[in-house]
Design a protein around this ligand. Sequence first.
Ligand SMILES: [Zn+2]
Length: 117
Amino acid sequence: MTDKDDISVKKMADLLHRGATMLADACPICDSPLFKVGEDIYCAKCDRRIVYAKSEEAVETQAVKTLIPELRETLIKKLKKLNELVESENDVEALTRLANLMVLLLQSLNRLENMKE
Ligand SMILES: [Zn+2]
């Protein structure tokens, strides 16, 4: 099992814990099971809400744009959580993994900021 799988398994457990239900559908991007959280369909592995495909590209772009504030919030929440993990982690290897993840999250956040018009 890779680190990425490890993280997504943790996320899935987290989602279930928060009352999410696992759906029979798989994520169109990574093929892992989708979760229903409230009215949202969510992929734990991609760490994003799934908008069921509408063929028009413009519609998709719009859908992505409406997701930005939410994605941003999610990333910030994850970074806070990660910060707590880093604080209590003393294992060098684990810290390296956490630091890598932190960089990825920060890059994503940065990219989101650039997507705003
Ligand atoms: Zn996915």
